[in-house]
Write a protein that binds this ligand. Structure first.
Ligand SMILES: Cc1cc2nc3c(=O)[nH]c(=O)nc-3n(C[C@H](O)[C@H](O)[C@H](O)COP(=O)(O)OP(=O)(O)OC[C@H]3O[C@@H](n4cnc5c(N)ncnc54)[C@H](O)[C@@H]3O)c2cc1C
Length: 420
């Protein structure tokens, strides 16, 4: 077992860290101020200038589309293992991933298009996404049904001549608040009478198709997440060409399983980056703040938490790297237990560390003077998005029990991937 990063990864890490020192950290304040100014002026749903200014610099530096392995359209793409450590660095500043065109949900959508779309659809939608000219959303979850069980999805996709007609209501469509969001991948039912896992299909829908209405944005603990946003969207008699269906009717689950790995694991990598940064803030604050005659860092309870945080971050990182390594070497299907495990572990570790960091900061920790409160809110959503913890634990337990039950683990049903 080799724990050393490859020379290529070390070089990329150094380049990315230098980019952070030069362009990302110095702009953290500006990013927040720009959105606040837009919000105060009455419209927060405007892309930030700061990200648009930084994108060409990232591209020039060769830090672009690193997430997409094995695509002739993005030759700079790295393997999951190589990307893991870079994605972790991006997690240190949550908005930074977009600067490198590595932000969700575009990454999952680009991967889906790369793997399952026709060449025509790729030319139309994947190319501008890879160029960072447009953004995208993934529409699976619905307000009316428990969407952690994707077989519940009710949205209808019905064939009508050379077209499909889509009717349904989706919510938590992340990124659909951004005016640059030009395309959706929609999951719905083409045949409610088919077998449980053959009813669903995925289809590419231009965001400006008549019949689409963005009803409202859904705040997360009060944060609007502008200009990205999480939207409720109504689709009423939305007509798209039949050739927009991905892979074919009834193959939505198959596609969902295909995008299972990367989307989930990227969030985990970024969670570790956030946890690392929270621990850094915790230590700095604990060293500089004096209470009852000594620095907060001298309190046993603080040291206990620092030690525990370091142990948990290291464990989570190693598990993430193992999952990434397995995805590269044996594929997402065989790596399903590791992917499910890290999806549970990483956000929970990050939440614990951020919570301890908030505690050390006192009341300042829950204010917007520090990023901890917003980091906590975001990480908390990851225990739901991409499938709730319980569903993943359920899958892990089934795989574990199968070892003692004379059951082929390949027949164990795993939860269907969520796009976000
Ligand atoms: C910030 C954010 C962004 C999101 N972005 C997107 C997006 O871009 N696109 C998209 O389609 N969706 C998105 N989602 C939605 C997300 O994927 C769903 O919320 C999630 O899959 C759960 O579905 P649900 O909310 O319908 O919960 P439900 O299915 O109603 O489940 C409710 C609860 O039931 C429990 N439960 C469910 N199944 C089990 C089980 N097997 N065992 C034990 N307990 C169980 C869990 O505690 C679960 O939280 C986003 C969500 C958030 C919060």
């Amino acid at each position: 077992m080799d724990f050393e990063y490859s020379p290529k990864v070390k070089e990329m890490q150094a380049k990315l860290l230098a980019f952070f020192d030069q362009h990302i950290y110095p702009n953290e304040k500006r990013f927040a101020e720009e959105i606040d100014a837009n919000r105060r002026a009455g419209n927060a749903w405007i892309p930030t200038r700061v990200i648009e200014e930084l994108k060409p610099l990232a591209r020039e530096a060769g830090l672009w589309n690193l997430f997409l392995p094995r695509s002739p359209r993005a030759p700079q793409g790295l393997s999951n293992l190589e990307y893991a450590t870079l994605c972790e660095i991006m997690g240190r500043v949550p908005w930074s991933a977009e600067v490198f065109n590595c932000a969700a949900p575009d990454t999952g959508n680009m991967e889906t298009l790369e793997r399952y779309a026709s060449e025509e659809l790729k030319d139309q939608w994947l190319e501008p996404l890879l160029a960072g000219e447009i953004r995208s959303a993934f529409l699976m979850t619905e307000p009316a049904v428990a969407s952690s069980d994707a077989t519940n999805i009710e949205c209808r996709i019905e064939r009508d001549g050379d077209h499909y007609v889509i009717n349904g209501t989706k919510w938590w469509s992340s990124g659909a608040g951004d005016p640059r969001c030009k395309v959706y991948i929609v999951m719905g039912k083409t045949d409610p009478e088919a077998g449980r896992h053959e009813q669903q299909s995925m289809i590419v829908v231009p965001a400006d198709t008549p019949g689409i209405t963005i009803k409202r944005f859904l705040p997360v603990f009060g944060y609007d997440d502008a200009p990205h946003g999480h939207m409720e969207i109504e689709l009423k008699n939305v007509r798209v060409p039949a050739s927009n269906i991905l892979l074919g009717e009834g193959r939505g689950f198959e596609i969902a399983q295909g995008r299972l790995g990367p989307g989930r694991i990227h969030h985990c990598m970024r969670s570790i980056g956030v946890a690392e940064r929270a621990l850094e803030l915790l230590c700095k604050r604990a060293l500089s703040r004096v209470a009852f005659g000594k620095p907060v860092s001298a309190q046993g309870v603080t040291q206990e938490r620092i030690a525990e945080a370091r142990c948990e971050i290291e464990m989570a990182r190693l598990l993430t790297l193992k999952a990434a390594y397995m995805m590269d070497t044996v594929g997402n299907k065989v790596a399903k237990a590791e992917i499910a495990m890290i999806k549970v572990v990483a956000p929970n570790v990050a939440l614990k560390v951020i919570d301890w960091a908030i505690q050390v900061h006192g009341a300042a920790g829950v204010s917007s003077d520090f990023p901890l409160a917003s980091w906590w809110a975001h990480q908390r959503t990851l225990r739901l998005a991409d499938g709730p913890d319980e569903v993943h634990r359920n899958a892990i337990a089934k795989l574990e029990l199968a070892k003692h039950m004379n059951v082929n683990p390949d027949t164990i049903k795993m939860p269907v991937a969520r796009g976000f």
